[in-house]
Design a protein around this ligand. Sequence first.
Ligand code: 6PG
Length: 255
Amino acid sequence: MPADDRATPNLQIFADANEVAHAAARRFAELAREGVETNGRFSVALAGGSTPKRVYELLAGEEFGARLDWSGVHIFFGDERCVPPDHADSNYRMANEALLSRVALPEQNVHRMRGEGDAVANARLYEDELRGYFGDTTAWPEFDLIMLGMGDDGHTASLFPGTHALGVRTAWVTANWVEKFDTYRVTLTAPAINHARHVMFIVTGAGKAERLEEVIHGAPEPERLPSQLIQPRAGALAWFLDEAAAAKLKGKDEG
Ligand code: 6PG
């Protein structure tokens, strides 16, 4: 996508990771309330990794946990490692311990992405699960919110540099062989993410500063910087950053 086609990024920069987590939790709660009040339900795909864990803990805490109507909230996953749900690396396990097991979420509202077993079969199963929720006639799932992290290599979800999933244009979910980890992952595809109403990147820490500048302001190189593939077609994209991660962003002080 030519650089000039990319919208001006909505950068929300906070002093530290804790403030980022609070801001992201507030935005999640705002969108969830809006979705449940307007449409009777709210669909969110959670990010894995370590950064969002604090956001999930805050959402389960007293400021949000008891005040949100979880009965209308539907939890999905942006990607999953190919491990059982009780494995230390499982994104489901992290989210379940930090949030899902601590709030009044109906069991049927948690749409777990299976990590155990065959990745290709699990990708197909998850796409069926999504079609069951979003409808079988719709061209793409329209999540109310997709939360994403970004690796220091520029990946997001399990869309890693130079991998098969980057070129998937029709499937909503795909299995993706990640050479550097010598394992499969299961992930939403870039077009599925790009049909969301709201996409929220949460990126913190100095270790990501250089890559973040490349992703946001650098030349389009999505094979090397897969986070550049995330350009919501009609939805809103926001970056929740701490000062450390934003330190190398040029023009970040513009209004
Ligand atoms: C995963 C995530 C992945 C994550 C980034 C950043 O399964 O690991 O979906 O995309 O968001 O790797 O991870 P950290 O937040 O741990 O830096």
